[in-house]
Design a protein around this ligand. Structure first.
Ligand code: LRH
Ligand code: MN
Ligand code: MN
Length: 392
C-alpha cells in the first residue's frame, strides 16, 4: 500500500500543480429562501471578496483563480479589479452570466418566445465577454435557468431551436482564446422542463457550436443515484469536459462543501479524471467550486473544500493502475474493486502535508489560517457586508 514515504514523484508533482478555482459568491452572505444569516467581516464589494480569495490561496497554494458572477460582481473598472487580484497573487477565472434575476426572464431568456428578450439575454453575454477582455478571463460560463412548469406551456422543440440560435450568436462574439462553458441542471427554477436539463443536451449544443464550447458538470445538478463518474468518463473521452462546479448535495442543489456528503463519490470522480489523464492543464478541465457557506465561516469553508478536493485527488493518484488493469483483464471483479478501495482507504493527509511543506506552505492550511487572526481583523474593519446574490 502507498504511504507518504513511497508516493511516486509524479504523484507529488501532480498534487503540487493542482489548482482549484473559487467562486466569488462563496465569500458573501448566503442562505436559503427562509433566512440569510449575516457574517461579521463579510466582503462589502468584489475587491474585498478577492482579498478573501487570496487568503485561501495564501494558505493552500492551490486556489489561484476566482470566478466572477455578473452582475453580482459589478464594478466600474474591471481592469482595476484584475490588477487588484494580480497584486494579491490571484487572477480572474470564469465569468458567469446571470439570467435568473430579472422579471423579463420569467418565461425564458435565450429561449424566450419574444426575440427582444432573447436579444437582451444575448447582449448580457456580450457584456460578459467585454468583462473577460478587461480581466484576462478566458472562460464564459453559462447556466441556463430557462424552462417551463406545465405541460403545454411552451413548445419544447421550439425552445431548443431558439436556444441553438441564441447560443450561436454568443459563440460568434467570443475571441479565439475564449471558451463557452455550458452548464446543465435537471430541475429548478422550473419543475416540468428545463431547457438544458442534462449533459446530453449541453453536449448537443456544444457540438453544434464548435471546439470552443464545452460542458460544465455541476455535481449538485443530477437526480439522486446518478452515476456522475460515468458522465465524467464520457465527456473526457469526447474532449468536452470543460469544467466542474464542485459542491455536495444530500437532497437537491444544496451547494454544501465538496466531498462533505459523499467523499467516496468525489474520489470516484477524481479517479476518472486521473485514469483518463485529465488532471493536467492541457486537458482543459477547470476544477471550480460552486458553493455557499450559510452557517459556517466562509474562508475556512473554502479552505476545507480545497483540501477535500486535494485528498480525493491524492487517493485517485495513488491507485495501483497496473494491479487494477491486471485484475480487470483477468476478470477479477473483487480484486479490481479492492485495488480502488485500498487507495480510497489510505490516509493521504501526511502525503499532502509533505507536498505543502515542500512548497513552503503550512502543513495544515485550515489551522494556519485560523491562527492568523484574519477573521478578527476583517470583522473589525468591514462593516455592512454584502449579500452574495444567493437565497434572498
Ligand atoms: C445554478 C448554479 C449556476 C449558477 C450558480 C450560482 O444552480 O449552479 O452555476 O451560476 O449556481
Ligand atoms: Mn453551478
Ligand atoms: Mn447549482
Amino acid at each position: 500500500m502507498t504511504t507518504s514515504a513511497t508516493a511516486a514523484p509524479q504523484v507529488r508533482e501532480a498534487l503540487a500543480a493542482q489548482t482549484i478555482e473559487l467562486p466569488s459568491w462563496a465569500f458573501g452572505n448566503s442562505g436559503t429562501r427562509f433566512k440569510v444569516f449575516s457574517t461579521p467581516g463579510v466582503p462589502r464589494d468584489p475587491f474585498e471578496k478577492i482579498a478573501d480569495v487570496a487568503q485561501v490561496h495564501r494558505y493552500t497554494g492551490a486556489a489561484p483563480r476566482v470566478s466572477l458572477h455578473i452582475p453580482w460582481d459589478l464594478v466600474d473598472d474591471y481592469e482595476a479589479l484584475a490588477a487588484h487580484a494580480s497584486d494579491l497573487g490571484v487572477q480572474i477565472g470564469a465569468i458567469n452570466s446571470n439570467l435568473f434575476q430579472e422579471d423579463d426572464y420569467k418565461l425564458g431568456s435565450l429561449t424566450h418566445p419574444d426575440p427582444a428578450i432573447r436579444k437582451k439575454a444575448i447582449d448580457h453575454h456580450k457584456q460578459c465577454i467585454d468583462v473577460m477582455r478587461a480581466t484576462g478571463s478566458t472562460d464564459l460560463k453559462l447556466w441556463l435557468p430557462d424552462g417551463t412548469n406545465y405541460a403545454g406551456q411552451d413548445d419544447i422543440r421550439g425552445r431548443q431551436d431558439r436556444l441553438a440560435e441564441s447560443l450561436q450568436e454568443i459563440y460568434a462574439a467570443l475571441d479565439p482564446n475564449h471558451r463557452l462553458l455550458i452548464e446543465y441542471k435537471f430541475f429548478e427554477p422550473y419543475f416540468y422542463t428545463m431547457d438544458i436539463p442534462d449533459w446530453g443536451t449541453s453536449l448537443v449544443h456544444c457540438l453544434a457550436l464548435g471546439d470552443q464550447a464545452a460542458v460544465v458538470l455541476d455535481t449538485g445538478h443530477h437526480a439522486p443515484g446518478t452515476n456522475i463518474e460515468f458522465i465524467v468518463a464520457q465527456l473526457v473521452r469526447l474532449g468536452k469536459l470543460g469544467a466542474f462546479d464542485f459542491n455536495s448535495r444530500n437532497y437537491a442543489d444544496d451547494d454544501l462543501i465538496v466531498g462533505a456528503a459523499d467523499p467516496f463519490q468525489l474520489f470516484r470522480i477524481m479517479n476518472e479524471i486521473v485514469t483518463n489523464d485529465a488532471l493536467k492543464e492541457e486537458a482543459g478541465v477547470n476544477f471550480m467550486l460552486d458553493q455557499c457557506h450559510n452557517i459556517e465561516p466562509k474562508i475556512p469553508g473554502q479552505i476545507r473544500s480545497v483540501m477535500n478536493v486535494q485528498e480525493a485527488t491524492a487517493k485517485a493518484l495513488i491507485v495501483d493502475r497496473e494491479a487494477l488493469r491486471e485484475a480487470q483483464i483477468s476478470g477479477d471483479v473483487l480484486g479490481a474493486n479492492a485495488v480502488l478501495m485500498d487507495a480510497y482507504n489510505t490516509d493521504v493527509r501526511p502525503l499532502l502535508a509533505e507536498v505543502r511543506a515542500e512548497k513552503g506552505l503550512a502543513e495544515d492550511p485550515y489551522a494556519a489560517f485560523n491562527a492568523s487572526g484574519y477573521l478578527d481583523q476583517i470583522a473589525a474593519e468591514r462593516v455592512g457586508g454584502q449579500q452574495a446574490g444567493w437565497g434572498a
